[in-house]
Write a protein that binds this ligand. Structure first.
Ligand code: FAD
Length: 473
């Protein structure tokens, strides 16, 4: 029987482990933390019973994930829940850009920008399932649907700023900009519309869903499936050197490229090691969870029904804050993402006290305390919020990296999503999961298709590993 070791038990490590175990490989996952799950974990905090997602919260890219679908994780308790409204981007005058799962409903709310929204997103949303066969894999390969991919792909090379100019209303521009800013890149850089377009198209097809019982349920379902397939998990095992790696036919690294280079040292070809050590990090996230009595008192009525609220003000303000964090400067009013998962999954609340998830975009390695800036930004669009806070808990950029070594300096994307790294992954190659050592692969969110709790980096890398085993047999 072939054997495999997976280092790191985040969604991608678990997806790789499951994909291998399902083909009869004997798999062991080695995880540094006391429990697996990486960025897909949740727990009670602040007050007993109040359930907070530690990282990943909203899952437009996961619901339709080929990996999650293939293994039928609902059999292991994974259930998606949807808020009434996917995302709201409020402005100071009380108005907002409002994103619904339906393209038509979104367009109807955007007034003069409605037809532009429909033209931009109607086509990729209607064909998202077919498109995802190409965009959820390394991009530089012969596509399953070349014409469809070309039509979707052409505008993704645009800077977010150019794409945003398609929209004439401040609500339409801000709504698109807030989603594009998930790329953690200055929006005037080329290809910064790509991540936003992917998330919006996925959301119009599958909705911005949350996992019932917290994102931990994604991990729990994967762990139960892996166990059924005979896989083993060892927690509290941090791998720092190659000598700690058990002998195995396959080794998968659900790690940042620099960590793989550190572990394998001169066992890696020099060109790979150089590329992995030069891999660029993205800006950081500073996270604050709140316990809020009666929920957030938003001025905009739609924000009361939205799973996600993007706080930055106008598109111009948002673009300025993203430029600043990229330059290593902490903006006075950072881009803040607020999650109200409890609206779709009420069991996360305790009576009238609700868990509110938030993080701000900050410079990589930011050492200050962004809590007050986050509260002020929420207060700006929800006067009276401060008085409703019963308690809060903070995860700074430093704590983020201590919590999960992949998030160096608070970089929750596992690497800057610049053109090169977004297109190729950790190094310029057509095979982004290979590391130049037969039977060893990198499968973290540093590889295509990138961040998210969809498991596709791990599943794609596992296909290469299985092909390697088949060639040896
Ligand atoms: C604050 C925040 C908000 C987010 N929001 C969303 C969201 O709403 N939707 C979404 O889809 N995604 C979101 N993400 C991103 C998502 O969580 C990640 O992209 C995803 O978890 C990446 O999965 P992974 O398996 O590649 O790596 P990770 O989840 O980072 O897991 C890596 C695992 O490897 C372990 N590890 C690291 N080093 C070692 C070592 N040396 N030895 C052994 N084990 C090691 C870590 O402990 C960890 O368990 C968010 C992330 C954060 C932090």
């Amino acid at each position: 029987m072939s054997t495999a070791v997976v280092v790191g038990g985040g969604p991608n490590g678990l997806a790789a482990a499951i994909s291998l175990a399902a083909e009869g490989v004997q798999v062991t996952v080695l995880e540094a933390a006391q429990e697996v799950g990486g960025g897909a974990r949740s727990s009670e905090a602040i007050i007993p019973g109040l359930l907070h997602d530690h990282c990943s919260a909203i899952h437009p890219m996961a619901v339709g994930s080929e990996f999650l679908g293939r293994f039928g994780l609902e059999r292991y308790g994974l259930r998606w829940r949807w808020p009434e409204i996917d995302c709201v981007h409020p402005l100071d005058d009380g108005s907002a850009g409002v994103l619904y799962r339906s393209v038509e409903q979104t367009a109807a709310g955007l007034g003069p920008d409605g037809s532009r929204w429909r033209r931009a997103f109607g086509y990729p949303a209607a064909r998202f399932d077919a498109l995802s066969q190409d965009i959820m894999r390394p991009l530089l390969r012969f596509p399953h649907h070349p014409l469809m991919l070309a039509r979707f792909g052409a505008p993704t090379v645009l800077p977010g700023s150019a794409f945003a100019r398609l929209f004439r209303t401040k609500q339409g521009r801000a709504l698109f900009g807030g989603v594009a800013a998930h790329a953690f890149r200055p929006l005037h850089y080329p290809m910064t519309s790509a991540i936003g377009m992917g998330i919006i198209a996925a959301g119009h097809r599958h909705g911005w869903a949350v996992a019932e019982g917290g994102s931990q349920s994604i991990t729990n379902a994967m762990v139960a499936l892996l166990s059924d397939l005979g896989g083993k998990i060892e927690t509290g095992v941090r791998v720092d050197t190659a000598s700690q790696l058990p002998a195995a036919d396959i080794t998968m690294f659900d790690l940042a490229p620099s960590a793989v280079a550190g572990i394998l040292g001169d066992r890696l070809p020099r060109r790979v090691s150089r590329a992995f050590n030069k891999f660029r990090r993205g800006p950081g996230a500073f996270k604050v969870d709140f316990a809020v009595e009666g929920g957030v008192p938003w001025t905009n009525p739609d924000a009361h029904r939205a799973g996600t609220v993007h706080l930055a003000g106008t598109y111009a303000e948002l673009a300025a804050t993203e430029r600043e964090i990229h330059a290593g400067l902490m903006p006075e009013r950072p881009f803040v993402l607020v999650g109200q998962q409890y609206l779709a999954d009420p069991q996360r609340s305790v009576g009238n006290i609700h868990p509110v998830w938030s993080y701000a975009h900050v410079p990589n390695g930011y050492t200050g305390d962004a809590t007050e800036a986050i509260i002020a930004q929420i207060e700006r669009f929800a006067p009276g919020f401060r008085e409703r806070i019963i308690g809060h808990s903070v995860r700074s950029t430093t704590q983020m990296a201590a919590y999960n070594a992949n998030y160096v300096g608070g970089d929750i994307m596992t690497g800057a999503k610049d053109i090169r790294q977004l297109t190729f992954g950790p190094r310029i190659t057509l095979s982004p999961y290979t590391i130049g050592v037969p039977g060893r692969y990198i499968c973290s969110a540093a590889t295509p298709p990138g961040p998210g709790a969809h498991g596709m980096c791990g599943a794609n890398a596992a296909q290469l590993a299985l092909a390697h085993l088949a060639r040896r047999a």
